[in-house]
Design a protein around this ligand. Structure first.
Ligand SMILES: Nc1nc2c([nH]c(=O)n2[C@H]2C[C@H](O)[C@@H](COP(=O)(O)OP(=O)(O)OP(=O)(O)O)O2)c(=O)[nH]1
Length: 323
């Protein structure tokens, strides 16, 4: 079998004064015809990504732009090629967007991007633009799981929830179920109307009881035949370690996955780390949003995004708020 050809593509996120993002539609005679995409194109030999993006946006949509910060770089395997989609924020210097090659274009509010049919590589881009970049995981409730331990856990969880732009997984595998339930109840009372997306580790009934999201372990993922009965408004996430986990998570329409361990970690000392290249090598097979986990700190986000993760997850790396 011959290796698929590799192409490097660069695309821009162009935002209008109302915060809407420009999408263009792939023409009928092209591969992936009719799908909506971020304007851009292939990097020509000898060009830097920035030069290529400036050229493409002038040719395609008639805009002179300044290329800004990276959004995400997505490795994606298509049937006929191996693509790397490097997406940057751009600022328009002059011009009005028009389809210079006869292609349709539209301005879309970020929360509506998911309603548009896009190539697989674009789904992690949409996630990076619209979903939290951090997924913090609570530590265990300390033994003996008494009132003092529950109060300490609630205070720690509140500190994790107080950082804007996060999802938080409520996890305490050591605690008896009734003590974990009590701790969640206390946390929800104290959170009041504070907006934070919460997921319960493994326990479908508790997730349903409290109206929260659910985070499966890989074993639960492989045992399940369908999406569990939690609120359809709440996310379903899963811990993945291998390609088979990721493919199953995608086929069961999990909302996102956590892929680990990326680096060596104290919590799983015997597991072989994937390394960032290993992470990207698995990411190219699926298009669901992925958080990287294992030995990471919040300031690893730029590296994570460069390897196709839409965010980073962690227990210890996020503990600075209370330790
Ligand atoms: N510009 C752009 N291309 C994208 C996006 N998502 C995505 O998968 N692609 C793919 C589609 C194409 O295979 C490739 C862009 O190449 P292109 O637009 O310059 O030209 P093309 O259709 O002739 O590509 P190809 O068949 O030669 O691979 O990247 C995106 O958001 N923007």
């Amino acid at each position: 079998m011959t290796a698929p050809r590799s192409i490097q593509v660069v695309a821009g996120v162009i935002t209008d004064p109302r915060g809407r993002i420009l999408l263009t539609r792939r023409k009928e005679d092209s591969e992936l015809a009719g799908l909506w995409e971020f304007p851009g194109g292939k990097i020509e030999p000898g060009e830097s990504p920035e030069q290529a993006l400036r050229r493409e946006l002038l040719e395609e949509v008639g805009l002179e732009v300044e290329v800004g910060t990276p959004v995400i770089r997505v490795p994606q395997l298509y049937p006929s090629k191996r693509l790397t989609l490097d997406v940057r924020h751009v600022t328009v210097r002059s011009g009005h967007a028009r389809g210079c090659e006869g292609q349709a274009l539209t301005w879309v509010a970020p929360e509506k991007l998911r309603q548009y049919s896009m190539p697989h590589a674009d789904l992690p881009v949409v996630a990076a633009l619209t979903q939290p970049a951090e997924y913090a995981i609570t530590p265990d409730i300390d033994a003996p799981f008494d009132e003092i331990a529950i109060e300490r856990w609630v205070v720690r969880a509140l500190a994790l929830c107080a950082v804007p732009g996060r999802r938080v997984q409520l996890r305490s595998p050591q605690a008896p179920r009734d003590r974990f339930a009590l701790a969640i109840e206390r946390l929800l009372e104290r959170l009041g109307s504070q907006q934070v997306q919460l997921l319960v580790n493994r326990d479908t009934e508790l997730a349903a009881q409290f109206g929260l999201g659910l985070h499966w372990c890989a074993v639960q993922l492989h045992q399940a035949t369908e999406r569990p009965s939690i609120s359809s408004q709440q996310p379903l996430a899963v811990s993945c370690h291998h390609l088979a986990d990721l493919e199953r998570a995608q086929s069961l329409q999990c909302d996102f996955a956590v892929l680990s361990p990326v680096l060596a970690t104290q919590t799983h000392p015997t597991a072989t780390p994937l390394g960032w290249d290993g992470f990207a090598g698995l990411r190219e097979h699926v298009s669901l949003p992925l958080y990287a986990l294992g030995g990471l700190q919040p300031d690893d986000l730029v590296t994570a995004r460069y390897h196709g993760a839409q965010g980073i997850a962690g227990i210890r790396g996020f503990a600075g708020e209370w330790d």
